[in-house]
Ligand binder design. Sequence first.
Ligand code: MN
Length: 229
Amino acid sequence: MTRRDFSTGLVIALGAATVAAPTFAEKEKTMKEIALEKLPYAEDALAPVISAQTIAFHYGKHHAGYVKTLNGLIAGTKYAELPLVEIVRLSAKEQAAAIFNNAAQIWNHTFYWESLAPVGKGGAPSAKLLKAVDAAFGSLDACRKALADAAVKRFGSGWAWLVANQGKLSVISTPNAETPVCDPATVPLAVVDVWEHAYYLDWQNRRADYAKALVDQLIDWNRVSARFE
Ligand code: MN
């Protein structure tokens, strides 16, 4: 290539760049991406109730997979401009099933990790929360039992939740990716993941034992109390 050819080529290339639409790489810089939120503890911090191996797969493969899939689905769409919770709510309303399933699973999983704390580190319910627990269930033990029972009774994959509605507590469960955060009047307080990937490596078919151990030993009551403020 002669100097002149090179020079001409360069001019043409620059000229083209000024009129062409942004490249994908350029567009990508301005697009928001949903993040895989950091775990609030080390992968081995919940053992032996939830082993490091379970968290390595559950967080590192399942949760991370939903993040990767969702970012691929929403790239270049109106959803890419929204915070995660609004992606969940809008995709539910529009029945955009693939976006909803992945977005809701991301929201539910981040909420799940943040509902848990290492044994002995979860503190206790605040006075305000305890009063609401007593009003709804009679005692904290009864509240724990109701949450564990809902986890056992959920048929197939899903989630068991402690929620508040206008200050009143209740336990509910949702199938698959469904989430109470779709309803702005409901305040989720704590959740138990009852998809088999959450417990099968550690507890195999014993979902009841996993649920009981989790609600008795791993709930982060400090954080649950803060969610109820
Ligand atoms: Mn899960």
